[in-house]
Structures are given as C-alpha cells and as structure tokens.
Ligand binder design. Structure first.
Ligand code: GLU
Length: 482
C-alpha cells in the first residue's frame, strides 16, 4: 500500500503540543513506510480561521523539522497533485457531493434557524434527553419547503443518518468501538453560507486526496461513525483510523494553558531543540516494547509503529522534556551547537569575534547546559563583569581566610607562564601544599571570585580561557569586596 497520511489543522490558534504530536505521528508513519505526508488547512470556520494561525502552523512544523510533501508553501501557494490544500478553495467540490447526496435522497435541506435549534437543545437538556437534531425538517413536503424559502429562510443541508443499528469503528489504537446509530444526529454537511462543515469536508478531502491512514487526536473518535456513514453513502472505501490517546497535565486534567506553555513556538523560544522535542512528543502515547527513551538521528522513523500507540492518556512532563533536551544538547558537535545557540547568544549581546572566542567558552560549558537559553547564561561571565550569586558570596567568599588566599594567588598567578590548564593546576595545588590547605578551601573561592558561581566545568580550563589579566584582576577585585 502506498501510505498517504495528512495533518489537517484548523487555523484557529497556535500549533499546540497535542497538534504537534498528531502531526509528528503522521509524519513518522509516512516516513517509516516511504509514504506521502500531506498538510491540509481546514479553514472552513470563517469566523475563527486566521492567517496568523496558518503562519504559526507552517512555522511550527518547519521548526520541528516535519516537512510535508504536499500542501501549502505559504499563505497563498500550495503544491501537489491534489491542490488546493486550503479547504476554502475547494468549495465547489464539496457542493458537488452535497448535490449528489441530495439527489440520492440521502441529504435534505433544513430550515431551522440558529435560535430554533438553540431552543430545541435547551429543551432536550431540560428534559434530560440526548442533545441531537430531532429531524424536524427531515420529511418536509415540497410545498412546505417552498413556503419556508418564500418566507426568506435559507437552508443548511443535513445528511440523513440511519435511525437504527450500530456503526463500528475499527480503530488501530482503540480496537473496535461501537456506536448506536440512534445517537448519531443528521449532521449538517453544508452551512447556510454554502461552506461545508468539518465532518463533511474532511471525508470528501480524505477520499479525494487518497488518504490511507487518518491519525488524529481522540477527541475525533466520536466524529468517526458519522464520517463512516458518509463514506458509505458516497460509495467510497474509508481509510484506516488511529485515534491517539489524550494528553494530560501533571495534575491529571486535560493539558491546557494552566499547565504552562502549550504552543510549540514557545518551546522554541524557551531553548528546546527540535530533535529533542520530536523525541519527547513521540513518547507521549507511543512506546517500544523495551521502553526505549532516546532516539537519535533517524532512529525514530525506524522504530515508530502504530501498534506501539497506547489508549491510556499520556502525561506531559516538562522536567522530562528538559532532561531529554540536555541529552540532545550534549550530543551536538560544536558547529551544530553554535548554530542553534547563535540567536540566543546574540540576543544576550554575545556575537562576533570575542576574547576568549565564543566557540571555546561554549564548548567548555556545553556539559552543563540543558536548554539553549542556558548557553548565554553560562558563558556571559567570561565577557561581562562578574555578578556574584548569593551562594558564591555568602557561602564561599565571605569565609575567614579567603581574602588572603585570593590575594596570594593573584600574586602567584601573575607571574605564571604559560597561563594554561596544566601549569595553572600545578601552581594552585602547590599553593595548597605550601599553606597546608585542602584543595576545596582554595578551588571554591577561586571559582567564585572568577565566575561569581559555585559550580561549573573544569576550574583550570576556565581560568586558562579567562586569561591571566582577567583572572588576576578578578581575584583582586573579589578580595577587595571582602
Ligand atoms: N481540523 C480538525 C482539527 O483541527 C482535523 C481533525 C482530523 O484530523 O480529522 O481538529
């Protein structure tokens, strides 16, 4: 089978974590099977769809590295054999199929106004009946229809659902799920505006775009029986369905803004790497039999499989995502790290030819970074005046004897040649020996005085990179504060 999957967002907001996971699974599945991955913009909600949202979706997917083979290139252009991929540009197609259903007696005009429908809904709720369209316009005579039209009412068009029996969804994640047809309502397929509704446009497009697998969030499972009925009425074979587990926040409620950032681009700004994000999102609802956590390079594509998707909700855990990002960050080679960290460094005023060179300080601190935003924070002391952390000042420097140690070392290191890692280590250890001091009594104050911190990478490497003038100057300046 030539696999064809699609991500079909409604452009009514940013691409959020749940949408990103859906698009990732579709992408992984298509890539795994050398298939085609399609992006289709479901912009049929005339009120809520915005161009900004389309842009945010394109930007988010590009940032995540999820390339699509067919679909929009930008706000105007789209590419692919089934173009257009913006639903609002496909209205004629939907209308043609509505006419086909009407001619076959499978769809009918409904003249109920919004107010009337609202009133029916309220009444059903008050009487504790299921809220569904009761079929008031199902069997109007031609005469009744003409009268309603003459009174100025514009119809929407409804699809006639069966009243009895069951519709079974054979889902690749959920298994067989059965729905009572009497609970399915005659759904609107074309609005009074002439535009299609989601359920109808989705079926028409999935058919015409030859989608083989519909992989989407589990909130759409309840739409699937109605969609299956539409496939049947139109005489089309349905695709395979896979509904992904729900995403929860750490407190067990549905993942939402309350749990922190939900938009993908916020994670970009927060300093996450796209590859780490992909790895983390992949594990939100999917696992291998050996519960493997890290997949580098193309390993995810090789491992992904719908059989490993679980029904149970997945919990979004930012701490785990940060851990994972650190794992990815440490694995980057220096050139890649500089490319990713460049914008974050520049935003902190660190760019161009600096002394010591940025590549060297970044390389030295790489081990300690979890997020790209950590990179400027970790190297800025090489270039800017030392800002003493409370722990460094109160906990380390303001201790008896420290002032003398700093002044002694400023003297000893002032004459050290060459000012490199090994000789620095030799000189400082010698000093400890002469004074009968434990190394920690000396190393900690030196680090605190030169970097303002109590932790960091190798002390001697850091001193060597800082250079003699800065080290001696900082030892003296810190002593002066004590
Ligand atoms: N436009 C729908 C949404 O954004 C797509 C659902 C589907 O994949 O069928 O939720």
């Amino acid at each position: 089978m030539n696999v064809r999957t699609r991500f079909a967002p409604s452009p009514t907001g940013f691409l959020h974590i749940g949408g990103a996971r859906t698009t990732l699974y579709n992408w992984l599945f298509a890539r795994r099977h050398q298939g085609v991955f399609i992006l289709r913009i479901e912009d049929t909600d005339e009120v809520r769809s915005t161009e900004d949202s389309v842009q945010a979706i394109l930007d988010s997917m590009r940032w995540l590295g999820l390339d699509w083979d067919e679909g929009p290139v930008d706000q105007q252009k789209d590419l692919g054999p089934y173009a257009p991929y913006y639903q609002m540009k496909r209205l004629e197609l939907y209308q043609r199929h509505v006419r086909e259903l009407v001619q076959a007696g499978k769809a009918y005009p409904c003249y109920c106004t919004k107010e009337e429908l609202d009133a029916m809904r309220k009444l059903a709720m008050a009487e504790k009946r299921p809220v569904r369209y009761e079929g008031r316009c199902r069997d109007l005579t031609d005469r009744q229809r003409s009268e309603l039209e003459a009174s100025g009412r514009k119809p929407s068009w409804r699809f006639r659902m069966p009243d009895e029996g069951q519709t079974v969804v054979d889902d690749m994640v959920r298994g067989r799920v059965s729905f009572d047809n009497k609970l399915l309502q005659d759904l609107v397929i074309q609005k009074t505006t002439g535009g299609p509704t989601y359920n109808f446009a989705c079926v028409v497009d999935d058919h015409h775009m030859e989608i083989t697998h519909v992989i989407r969030g589990d909130e759409h499972l309840s739409n699937t029986p109605s969609q299956l009925r539409l496939y049947e009425a139109l005489g089309w074979a349905p695709p395979c369905f896979a509904h992904l587990s729900m995403l929860l926040g750490p407190d067990g409620s549905k993942l939402s803004k309350r749990h922190g950032a939900t938009s993908v681009l916020e994670y970009k700004t927060a300093g996450f790497l796209p590859a780490a994000m992909r790895n983390y999102l992949a594990l939100l609802g999917w696992s291998t039999t050996d519960s493997r956590q890290l997949f580098f390079g193309d390993e995810l594509i090789g491992a992904f499989d719908l059989a490993g998707c679980q029904k149970n909700p997945a919990v979004f855990d930012r701490a785990k995502l940060e851990w994972m990002n650190g794992e990815y960050l440490r694995k980057l080679d220096l050139r890649e790290l500089m490319a990713h960290a460049g914008p974050f460094l520049a935003a902190a005023g660190l760019s161009g030819a600096l002394t010591p060179p940025l590549e060297r300080t970044v390389a030295l601190e790489q081990e300690k970074c979890k997020l790209l935003t950590d990179v400027p924070n970790r190297v800025d002391f090489f270039y800017k005046e030392v800002a003493f952390a409370e722990k460094a000042m109160a906990g380390v420097l303001r201790k008896p004897g420290v002032k003398d140690i700093l002044l002694d070392l400023a003297g000893a290191l002032g004459g050290l040649e060459p000012f490199e890692e090994k000789p620095l280590e030799g000189a400082i250890r010698d000093y400890c020996g002469q004074k009968g001091l434990k190394t920690s009594q000396v190393f900690h104050p030196v680090r605190a005085a030169c970097s303002g911190r109590t932790e960091g990478p190798t002390l001697f490497g850091m001193l060597a990179l800082l250079g003699k003038d800065k080290v001696v100057g900082r030892l003296r300046a810190a002593a002066g504060l004590l």
